[in-house]
Design a protein around this ligand. Structure first.
Ligand SMILES: Nc1ncnc2c1ncn2[C@@H]1O[C@H](COP(=O)(O)OP(=O)(O)OP(=O)(O)O)[C@@H](O)[C@H]1O
Ligand SMILES: [Mg+2]
Ligand SMILES: [Zn+2]
Length: 291
């Protein structure tokens, strides 16, 4: 009987159908990948010389709470732990990262691309300050131009292989944080506050912005949290010890560290020696980052 025999024509038809099915599945997969890419129309590509594992944004509601110091200190800690770290200074109008590390110029250019500055211990930095002839020159660009510079710091810098790129954001919820959240693949943000400023509206806004853009808030760092008595080592919480706790409970954002107000931190960051920061100071902050 014909049905019992192997029919070469039938076999071929089955093979053909199976192949067609496999191809259709592959097409579907490719279409899905394409769709994911299209879901964020603002995303910008980096260059072939950049491979970054994690992008972390450091934000604050108000200026002057120590955001740049925390960014720099965290980079130092991660670098000491053996990770490859870069800092993108997105505070275009108030850049302060290069000064903390005592560097003044980028390494150079590779055709159209910028090679970041390398600090003494090998942390890679990009900042408008590293591109200016005179560090003092005020930056007067506005809105879209500033956002454009931040995008270039992502797309046109030879970052190489990095475990972490830390993005030091200007304070508040303006164009730059929005651009960074929209255009860069930010894995999570760290918020920096001081005990006097947490209750302000701006930090809540920053938090809601991150929430809306579905970027996880990894934790909040309270800077200037206490002073330590030089005689007995007792911690004195000048502004009260538990001001953050209620907010943390309400929002579910973890308090990852409370850092002291310490003249040594100011001294090191203001004289370009942030890489000599006391060992372990930022370890609790580093611990909340994705591995
Ligand atoms: N824990 C600390 N103890 C003592 N001084 C500190 C501490 N953290 C930061 N500072 C000092 O406070 C000043 C402001 O810090 P920093 O520049 O890091 O703040 P910022 O939030 O980045 O400010 P901006 O809004 O201007 O970007 C600097 O002089 C810095 O050295
Ligand atoms: Mg700053
Ligand atoms: Zn004491």
């Amino acid at each position: 009987m014909a049905e019992e025999k192997k029919d070469p024509a039938l076999e071929a038809a089955i093979a053909k159908a199976e192949e067609a099915k496999r191809q259709a599945e592959e097409r579907k997969k490719a279409e899905e990948a394409q769709k994911t890419a299209e879901e964020n129309p603002f995303a910008i590509e980096t260059n072939p010389f950049t491979r970054i594992k994690h992008v972390i944004g450091i934000v604050s509601g108000k200026g002057g709470v120590g955001k740049s110091s925390v960014t720099a200190g965290l980079a130092v800690e991660l670098n000491r732990q053996g990770y490859r770290v870069g800092i993108l200074d997105a505070d275009i109008t108030g850049p302060s990262i290069p000064r903390m590390f005592g560097v003044t110029r980028i390494t150079g250019m590779q055709e159209e691309l910028m090679i970041p500055a390398y600090t003494e211990t090998g942390i890679r930095l990009i900042s408008v300050n590293l591109l200016m002839e005179e560090e003092e020159t005020p930056v007067i660009w506005r809105g879209p131009a500033i956002a454009g510079v931040v995008k270039q710091f992502w797309s046109d810098v030879v970052w190489g292989d990095l475990d972490y790129l830390l993005v030091d954001m200007p304070p508040g919820t303006g164009d730059v944080p929005l651009t960074v959240f929209q255009s860069l693949p930010v894995d999570g943000i760290l918020m920096v506050t001081s005990p006097q400023s947490l209750v302000d509206m701006v930090v809540k806004k920053a938090f809601h912005m991150a929430e809306k853009m579905e970027i996880p808030v990894l934790g909040v760092v309270e800077n200037f949290s206490y002073v330590q008595c030089p005689d007995c080592g007792r911690k004195i919480y000048v502004f009260g010890e538990n001001k953050l706790d209620a907010w943390s409970e309400k929002t579910g954002v973890k308090i990852c560290a409370k850092l002291p107000m310490d003249p040594e931190i100011a001294e090191l960051s203001d004289t370009g020696r942030i890489e000599q920061l006391p060992v372990g100071l930022m370890a609790d902050v580093a611990a909340v980052l994705p591995k």
